[in-house]
Design a protein around this ligand. Sequence first.
Ligand code: B12
Length: 216
Amino acid sequence: MMGKEIEALKQAVVNGDEVAVPYLARKALDAGVSPIDILEKGISEGAQIVGEQFEKMEIFLTELMLSGEAMMAGLEVVLPHVKAEDVPQRGKVVVGTVRGDIHEIGKNIFKSLLIANGFEVSDIGVDVPTSKFVAEAEKIKADIIAVSALMTSTLGGQKDVIDFLEQTGDRAKYIVMVGGGPTNQEWADEIGADGFAETAPEAVRVAAKLIEEGRR
Ligand code: B12
């Protein structure tokens, strides 16, 4: 049953149908499909397909934008259902997308899962200047700075955050996590990030582990 609901949702994301996506997301929730499965197997996999089509120039920017809006409409329905569990406070996290990059869907999913798992989160949005990640971390006394980037052209923004921390002498104060489309473990190692994850659920596990280990 879950297969059918998710398949329809994925297709609606690909079609950029801003009405069908929230409608089908609601139906999947009603059918008992878990919010995480809807996000990861429906919306994210649909996004993957749209990305490939755009890359191969099978679709145009307008269609990419419609899919983006459909995904956001889906998140609006699903994210409130990612319930906060009754878990002890695990730590504070600053999340944002690097300067020049306005992709926010993955960041928003990660943020919601963090909150659901007992983290306190300050979301500083998209197109965030390097220094703001650090200033916000200082302000809320964060444990983790989580930096999202979705394009090869903006990936360098993650390194900029780490370089800035080195320059200001604050590197040892924070755990830095990186993620988003083009990031991988090799890149994370290269820039000296403390953590990386391919998906948001995995990212939450990594965040919890890094805090437990007190790795700064
Ligand atoms: C939707 C989308 C858009 C939407 C964004 C809507 C929004 N409000 O966010 C719109 C239409 C606005 C858009 C615009 C553009 N886009 Co776009 N977009 C996408 C698309 C299809 C999906 C991205 C997405 O949301 N995926 C779903 C989420 C859930 O996945 P995710 O972000 O990777 O996040 C998951 C994990 O990575 C992880 N995660 C995310 N962040 C973090 C952070 C940390 C710390 C951790 C640990 C984990 C983590 O958790 C998430 C959940 O599991 C991708 C294709 C793709 N394959 O990614 C292209 C893509 C990213 N876009 C691309 C491009 C080129 C653009 C534009 C430049 C197009 C243009 N010509 O204008 C503009 C960029 C504008 C800008 N300055 O940023 C390219 C980038 C190519 C490259 N070289 O890297 C891609 C790859 C498409 C392609 N194949 O060509 N886009």
